[in-house]
Design a protein around this ligand. Sequence first.
Ligand code: ATP
Length: 242
Amino acid sequence: MLKIKNLESGYGKLKVLRKISIHVNPGEIVTIIGANGAGKTTLLNSIAGLVRLKSGEILFDKQDVLKFPPEKIVFMGCSLVPEGRQVFSTMTVKENLILGAYVQQRRKQRVIDLESIYSIFPVLKEREKQLAGTLSGGEQQMLAIGRALMAKPKLIMMDEPSMGLAPLIVKEIFNIVKRLRDEGNTVLLVEQNAKAALGIANRGYVLETGRIVLEGSSEDLLSNRDVQRAYLGRDLDSEMKI
Ligand code: ATP
């Protein structure tokens, strides 16, 4: 569904991403894990057409996205749930969701979509008329995911959905992402919370200072000593001493 080859991208003269090659197959959750400033957001924004490439290739559904502006990329079926949610805080939950269906023209279709989103996130139905800015962080994240789903995307890209949320809420959000995959959706998930992300993903890539340094199945990455040391908070040396 998504195939990226030798992508180089950045801002002005600053090159952030170097020789990135990744792919996402239909029906998978693929995660990109990496520390602060590794370039995760830059990667998603490059795919979404918000940051322009310096070189390389991005094929989405066999089409070269570089030819298209960001709105056309959304129309092609690639939706982004941005870092920090970015819901429209002075609009209601329902209005935010309806905006997400902008790419769908028929009104009937929109109504059906609202109900399907409410079945995944019952709390959004309860809070339908509430202003989005008054929701809790976890509810705002659910709204941001629901809004992206309203576009009926082929690929949903999520930028650090766990950011700033309590562990129980992170668990709830990740269970929902897993459910979305089990229902046939395809997800590219960018996360600092490597444990949670690898816990639900099929495959993963480790991004360090703009380069992919490791890739593999989630099981392989979870049992990799470098990943454990750097991203899973396990101090293997002191464990050995015990
Ligand atoms: P975080 O987890 O903190 O969001 P990240 O892995 O998503 O980090 P990016 O936000 O992609 O990392 O940032 C990668 C690098 O690009 C950083 O050094 C950052 O300072 C730089 N950068 C990001 N956005 C811009 C911008 N608009 N202009 C210039 N430099 C930028």
